[in-house]
Design a protein around this ligand. Structure first.
Ligand code: GCB
Length: 607
């Protein structure tokens, strides 16, 4: 009986991907990094996870010798153990595996990672958490041979408490990373980007006091620009009715609050004079959140973002979003971007183009991007990886989408730069999809009522025998900002006819063109009607920009895309060679002609 119960409990824990609450602002906590070289084992058949009857080893009380997470070593010369992390090669963490080893470029499957570590100044009175910036796609995490948990979703952070398993010396963390695509996952089987696998963002050990500040928020009220709304959530045995404190030294402001029985307190702080954050004035205040045994410091900007009819208002003033779409790739090095240096390159290029806004497509990018955007004064659209045709009727698929959205909102809710949450990209219309997306939008509004909601929708082509383009989508009535991708002159329609196109949009909301573009191989020159030439891409921009500018409620654009990026769908040799070529900058960092066309357009708007 006991065994049956344990079996049920174990299988329940293996099946549920319920995550522990995210710890806010891991960068500013007492911590040490586990970045660096990790030993890895490629495990195409998941031999280290399933026994030969295909039962997971971590579902049983006594996992077999081939359970890789045990990190076993032969005890004598007669002992046979058919894996060894210590003699295995290494991969760098953070980093995708595809761009680190030639034989892994096309690999989709399981790779096991191992890192050994000691804890300097290990303190029994403290609590320890293992934090991952992101792992694509599924991570099964073990410490010292015991499972900490499982996380799914390739672009959002997660953490597990490991206090109960941690020692001062000779710890080993093992992560089974699986990036196989599946129809019921988010994203689903097909995307137009590379499925980079691995531990793609930072791994950190956080040390916190036994009762600590798990989460907090502080934002300007949507209606009253002299009021800050916030909350603090404590975690730990002493959380009930505990005192907490918020202070903003520059504003000479300190407030004390008392948490409720659950260690939670919601509060409002009136402010007199405040320097508002904007693209032109990216002012960040040092904010100190403290409790009896913990303190977290953040840099937070305060701003309002709203819509009024067809306008987007930043701090009450109409703003035009001069944007560009970006994938999370460091094209020069190859592979997923993850570092502050990577963010500096990408956002630096966006600034050089004249942008005050970026669309981070099609999934949550690493936190450095939004932290830097906060400092540089670049407004940000963040997106959930609900891309193309996912399983709208599948409730589990919905919860995977919702979980990833909640994780990015939780991570970035204090970033002034983030102004739009995008629910999805180019999803096919149906009642099931409408209720799926509407539910996501409702959840988003419940979590964060200070930002705008959108989604990259699609146009519906031309009305018969006319040059009038239409957008009809029931979800357009749910969003705050009507955004859509349009490729007239590339995927359909004649490039010569772009100038005659007019848009008929009968919803009075701000409009963002979330994508348009054309592919061009940098360095390939021809007349401007020759596809793949820089001149052809330039022509498409020259024709499209003035046409879009005539859309009555146009509030912004994010052409597709800043740089060429890897995509398995782009097979044409010699032009594509595995890259989507719609970048304004090549994968070698060279600007194409259209870069300057867009730059000029943004300079003119500025004037
Ligand atoms: C789109 C997609 C984007 C693609 C792009 C293209 O509409 O949203 O992910 O990469 O078109 O190049 O076809």
């Amino acid at each position: 009986m006991k065994q049956i119960i344990i079996g049920i409990l174990l299988s329940l824990s293996a099946l549920s991907y319920a995550n522990e609450p995210l710890i806010q602002n891991p960068q500013s906590r007492k911590s040490f990094s586990l970045n660096g070289h990790w030993n890895y084992i490629i495990d195409m058949y998941e031999t280290g996870y399933y026994n030969y009857r295909m039962e997971p080893h971590d579902n049983t009380e006594n996992p077999g010798a081939s359970a890789f997470f045990l990190n076993q070593k032969p005890k004598s010369k007669r002992d046979r153990v058919e894996y060894n992390f210590d003699s295995a090669p290494t991969l760098l963490v953070p980093g995708d595996w595809n761009s680190q080893k030639e034989n892994l470029l096309y690999y989709e499957g399981t790779i096991w990672y191992k890192k050994s570590f000691d804890v300097e100044n290990y303190d029994r009175a403290k609590r320890y958490f293992l934090h991952f910036g992101a792992v694509n796609y599924r991570a099964d995490v073990y410490l010292n041979g015991k499972k900490l948990g499982t996380h799914k979703g390739g672009f959002t952070p997660f953490n597990f408490e490991m206090t109960h398993l941690l020692k001062d010396k000779n710890n080993f963390v093992i992560v089974k990373v699986d990036n196989k695509r599946a129809a019921d996952e988010v994203p689903t089987l097909n995307t137009d980007w590379w499925n980079y696998g691995g531990i793609t963002r930072d791994v950190t050990v956080l040390e916190v006091s036994s009762t600590f500040i798990e989460d907090y928020s502080l934002q300007l009220d949507k209606e009253n620009n002299k009021l800050l709304n916030g909350f603090i959530r404590l975690n730990g045995d002493a959380k009930a009715f505990s005192k907490v404190n918020v202070s903003i030294p520059e504003l000479k402001l300190t407030k004390e609050f008392t948490a409720d029985a659950n260690g939670f307190v919601k509060f409002q702080i009136p402010v007199k004079k405040i320097d508002y954050w904007s693209d032109l004035n990216p002012k960040l205040y040092e904010v100190i959140f403290s409790s009896i045994s913990d303190q977290v410091i953040d840099a937070i900007g305060f701003r309002q973002i709203k819509t009024s009819g067809g306008d987007i208002l930043l701090n009450g003033k109409k703003i035009f979003l001069k944007g560009i779409s970006i994938h999370e790739e460091n094209v020069m090095r190859g592979g997923r971007a993850y570092s502050m240096e990577d963010a500096t390159i990408l956002l630096g290029w966006a600034k050089e183009l004249g942008c005050n806004y970026v669309r981070l497509a099609h999934y949550p990018h690493n936190e450095n991007m939004v932290r830097l955007a906060d400092k540089m004064g670049i407004l940000v659209w963040e997106e959930n990886p609900v891309y193309w045709t996912i399983q709208w009727e599948n409730l589990e698929t919905y919860s995977k989408a919702e979980q990833q959205l909640k994780e990015v909102i939780s991570r970035d809710k204090n970033r002034a730069s983030v102004i739009i949450w995008s629910m999805a990209n180019e999803t096919p219309q149906s009642e099931e999809r409408l209720s799926f997306l509407t539910k996501l939008a409702k959840t988003t509004r419940e979590m964060d009522n200070t930002r705008l909601i959108s989604a990259a929708l699609e146009d519906h082509g031309k009305k018969e025998n006319s040059n009038i383009m239409i957008v009809e989508d029931k979800f357009a009535h749910v969003v705050d900002v009507l955004s859509f991708n349009q490729y007239y002159g590339w995927y359909g329609g004649d490039i010569d006819n772009i100038k005659n196109i007019r848009w008929e949009i009968d919803i009075n909301k701000p409009v963002i063109i979330s994508e348009f573009g054309a592919g061009a191989l940098q360095g390939f020159h021809a007349d401007n009607l020759t596809v793949w030439s820089e001149e052809h891409q330039e022509l498409l921009y020259q024709e499209t920009l003035p046409t879009l500018a005539k859309i009555p409620n146009l509030a912004g654009i994010t052409p597709w895309i800043l740089t060429d990026f890897r995509s398995p769908r782009r097979t044409l040799i010699p032009y594509q060679n595995g890259y989507n070529r719609k970048g304004l900058i090549s994968e070698t960092g060279n600007r194409k002609k259209a870069f300057y066309t867009l730059q000029k357009f943004y300079q003119q708007i500025q004037k």
